[in-house]
Design a protein around this ligand. Structure first.
Ligand SMILES: NC(=O)c1ccc[n+]([C@@H]2O[C@H](COP(=O)([O-])OP(=O)(O)OC[C@H]3O[C@@H](n4cnc5c(N)ncnc54)[C@H](O)[C@@H]3O)[C@@H](O)[C@H]2O)c1
Length: 352
């Protein structure tokens, strides 16, 4: 099978590319290479005859049509997106352009391609989305596939919009789609502006480990390789037109995750004092969702998928990876905005 994967130079996309090639699939990676991209994530597959790369913007219809015609993919996995909530607060326009307009453009190109080929039933347009589209939970309950959408950040609003477009292209045009909504990912190659790598790298640098608010926000963490495995499972066996929530069954607050990482570092790279002493609370992010939790019953019961590692095991692997791959993350620290506090815009004046 030949899979066209958008955003394959990003964190999750590159894990999907590596796993798809390991499983014997051909892959065409379409990525415009924004600040979040890193082709080094693909060093292990770049010389494989199964791998091809196209540098292009998903919002460029002519480029997308050319790429579909040249590579003739059987399936599409769409991961390209602007993905950082804090950046979406400072600059929502890029999120509208890529996540909404870019997805619209890709859907149209995919639909024309699928129609021109005689509407093959085994074609798929798999949209990779987030649990953030469901908004925030209180202390109880979990997101199911029928939880109403209630996004709160520019990032989650644009992902919700793109989910709606994908579903509409199924209902209206019959395009064979599947949608997955996943909880927070972590693991190797995670860009060093996201929470878990920030905690690891600040701890190692001896800097303050900044935690938003009181650190009580709860996330359901999933190891990235498990997410990639779940995505390939849904691609192969998910029912057309259906949504699957993907979660790790690992609910933990931000302060707990910081303490878990510090405890791992205390064992594997002991310093002069416990790393947890570097934890500092800072002003919260505006509109910070309190709790996300996924009910993974559908993907577990219908497709037999479960995560392979616990949070403790995944964090140990992740910390070990960052310790062994300093060249990878050090090169990314110079990119614009990395290491700065983003998303602190004054919301009272921002609406003016
Ligand atoms: N990171 C998470 O925890 C998480 C959880 C659930 C869902 N998701 C979703 O998974 C997908 C991948 O997330 P990620 O964390 O790997 O993101 P990422 O920011 O690491 O990577 C995104 C990739 O998309 C590329 N890209 C951005 N705009 C593009 C455009 N206009 N045209 C072509 N390529 C473009 C970037 O260059 C980058 O390589 C996103 O759709 C995201 O919403 C992420």
């Amino acid at each position: 099978m030949k899979i066209l994967i958008t955003g394959g130079a990003g964190f999750i996309g590159s894990a999907v590319v590596r796993q798809a090639i390991a499983a014997g699939h051909s892959v065409v990676n379409v990525d415009v290479l924004t600040y979040a991209a890193c082709l080094e994530n693909l060093a292990s597959v770049v010389s494989s005859p199964l791998y091809a790369f196209e540098k292009a913007d998903i919002g460029d219809g002519a480029a997308m049509a050319r790429i579909f015609a040249a590579h003739q993919p059987d399936l599409v996995m769409h991961l390209a997106a602007e993905s950082h909530v804090d950046r979406s607060i400072d600059g929502p326009k890029a999120f509208i352009e890529t996540n909404v307009m870019g997805t619209f453009c890709l859907l149209e190109v995919a639909r024309n391609y699928w129609q021109d080929r005689g509407r093959p039933e085994n074609f798929r347009f798999h949209h990779i989305s987030t649990d953030e589209v469901y908004g925030s939970l209180g202390d109880q309950g979990q997101f199911t596939e029928s939880t109403p959408y209630a996004p709160t950040s520019p990032y989650s609003a644009t992902k919700a919009a793109s989910d709606h477009l994908v579903r509409a292209w199924y209902e209206t045009y019959g395009l064979p789609v599947v949608i997955t909504n996943c909880s927070n990912n972590y693991g190797p190659f995670h860009f060093p502006e996201k929470l878990i790598p920030v905690i690891i790298l600040r701890a190692l640098a001896g800097d303050d480990i900044s935690i938003y608010g009181a650190g009580k926000n709860v996330r359901d963490w999933l190891y990235v390789e498990d997410h990639a495995d779940a995505l390939l499972t849904v691609l192969r066996r998910g029912k057309i037109g259906r949504t699957y929530n993907i979660g790790g069954e690992n609910e933990v607050s931000n302060i707990e995750i910081a303490r878990m990482i510090c405890a791992i570092l205390d064992k594997v790279r002991p310093g002069t004092r416990p790393y947890a002493e570097q934890i500092k609370f800072v002003k919260d992010r505006p509109g910070h969702d309190m709790r996300y939790a996924i009910d993974p019953a559908r993907i577990r019961d219908e497709l037999g998928w479960r995560p392979s590692v616990t949070l403790q095991q995944g964090l140990q692997k992740t910390v070990a990876w960052y310790l062994e791959n300093e060249n990878w993350w050090r090169a990314l620290l110079d990119r614009t905005g990395v290491g700065e506090r983003l998303g602190t815009v004054n919301t009272e004046t921002a609406s003016d």
